[in-house]
Write a protein that binds this ligand. Structure first.
Ligand SMILES: *Cc1c(COP(=O)(O)O)cnc(C)c1O
Length: 469
């Protein structure tokens, strides 16, 4: 499998290269040159497979030529073996024909584990083969950092540095990062905000001289391997609900358009999906595009669903590429004008094409809390605020009651107690067994000033399993 850039000017790469690449050199994102397509018979034959075996069948075409089957199988079995639920991604029924796909049974209780547990293992495998070491520098406002650290903690060939804004992430989220010890794990609390952290990561990619030749790798959602891993659970859910003989719809709480883009790919790979609902919080750039063909950058709002607090959706470019007949020059032009004006719209027929599959809704904090309360009353289930946004959008935008509606349950409610409290749900939330002593564990973290040079000096002094590069 070869991968090409959405802006058409960067060299095509194989899977191994794309795993290590991050952004393409032309500023675009990598996508498969040709998407694999499965027949209905083939998909039907996967019913009842354990999650890791389904994952092998769905993802195999993407890694062909880079990872031998036997090795890939082993990696997948290990990856999904660490999940606390034997079904890995169980479906829970809320209402008639309405289901939550619980994607929060991984080590850090959010769906990002599906991709980052795999990414860590794939990186280590590929690096071992190449005899290379890499450094990861990432910024987090919460979920990504802990999932990346958990995913990389056993990597022999990776040193990971995660920057978070000092005293500005929740205690559960901070402890999920700082209580994981390893000579290759480095938590840095920056005396600044999340944007400052992100800016430092961006600047570190732009000038890598402080790394003395060691490669820098990105673990944010633009990494192709993360998208790839997320395709699998769409197949997994549909197969349990009568697919592919029957089509299924999905409602996806989204910020960077990563998770829902994986659903779009699943459909193009042959899975009958009737409708994909883009569910956003008040940071609704995607909803404004889907409802009115206006992709316009606005200011950032802090919400009760912080993992979707974004101004621009980085993966949306991948959908735009397809909507424009995979014309890289057209995308480069669109992105240039976005950079200049902070906005664009697309030709009417391209927008209409997107709307055949996608619907959308923006849900504010008050509606989020109402939905948490409503679902608790109806079912006794406590939803996290991101999942609640998915439920609200599913109920508002649903096209057919005969087609099963699956809401992606992106996080465990215990991670976001503020929203659950505000919703007035009286039920005490407990940490799952593997995290029950989280508040007693020791923490390890270095506080650094909001200064790029200080951070880069720290990385170069500790980037080789705690020793200087
Ligand atoms: C990251 C995250 C999201 C948003 O995912 P995207 O891929 O950016 O759309 C939603 N919910 C939770 C809990 C997350 O951690």
């Amino acid at each position: 499998m070869r991968y090409i850039s959405t802006r058409g000017q960067a060299p095509a790469l194989n899977f191994e290269e794309v795993l290590l690449a991050g952004l393409a050199t032309d500023g675009g994102l990598y996508v498969p040159e040709n998407l694999p397509r499965f027949t209905q018979e083939e998909i039907a034959s996967w019913a009842g497979l354990p999650y890791h075996e389904l994952a092998f069948r769905v993802m195999r075409p993407f890694v062909t030529g880079s990872i031998p089957d036997a090795d890939f199988k082993k990696i997948l079995e290990e990856t999904y073996g660490v999940f606390a639920h034997s079904a890995v991604a169980p479906l829970r029924q809320l209402n008639g024909n309405e289901w939550v796909l619980e994607l929060f049974h991984g080590p850090t209780l959010a769906f990002k584990d599906f991709a980052l547990q795999l990414l860590g293992r794939l990186l280590d495998y590929v690096l071992e083969k190449r005899g290379e070491r890499v450094v990861i520098v990432g910024a987090t406002s919460g979920d990504t950092g802990s999932a990346a650290i958990e995913g990389c903690k056993h990597c022999e060939n990776v040193d990971i540095f995660i920057l978070h804004p000092h005293q500005r992430v929740s205690e559960v989220q901070r402890r999920q990062m700082t209580t994981i010890f390893g000579e290759n794990i480095h938590n840095i609390a920056i005396e600044g905000n999340f944007d400052d952290c992100q800016e430092m990561v961006k600047n570190s990619f732009a000038d890598q001289s402080f790394l003395k030749g060691t490669r820098l790798v990105a673990v944010n959602s633009i990494n192709w391997a993360r998208i790839m891993a997320q395709i699998v659970y769409y197949f997994h859910a549909a197969l349990q609900l009568g697919g592919p003989a029957r089509s299924v719809s999905f409602s996806v709480p989204t910020g960077n358009f990563g998770d829902i883009f994986a659903g779009y790919l699943a459909r193009n790979m042959g899975l009958p999906i009737n409708q994909l609902i883009v569910a956003t919080n008040r940071n609704d750039i995607l909803h404004r595009f889907m409802s009115g063909n206006q992709y316009v950058k606005e200011t950032l709002h802090a919400t009760l669903s912080p993992s979707m607090d974004i101004m621009v959706s980085s993966n949306f470019e991948r959908l735009l590429f397809d909507l424009h007949g995979r014309n890289g020059a057209a995308i480069a032009g669109l992105m240039d004008s976005f950079k200049k004006d902070g906005s664009f719209s697309v030709e009417q027929e391209r927008w209409t094409e997107a709307r055949k599959l996608f619907d959308s809704l923006a849900v504010d904090d008050a509606q989020t809390c109402e939905t948490i309360a409503e679902v608790y009353e109806q079912t006794g289930e406590v939803l996290d605020p991101h999942t609640a946004i998915g439920v609200k959008a599913a109920r508002e935008c649903r096209r057919s009651l005969d087609i099963p509606m699956v809401i992606l349950g992106t996080a465990h409610p215990v991670k976001f107690p503020e929203a659950v409290e505000k919703a007035g749900v009286g039920k005490a939330l407990e940490l799952p067994a593997h995290l029950s002593d989280l508040f007693e564990r020791n923490e390890r973290c270095t506080v650094l000033p909001n200064d790029l040079k200080a951070v880069q000096a720290f990385v170069s002094q500790h980037g080789n399993r705690g020793k200087p590069l």
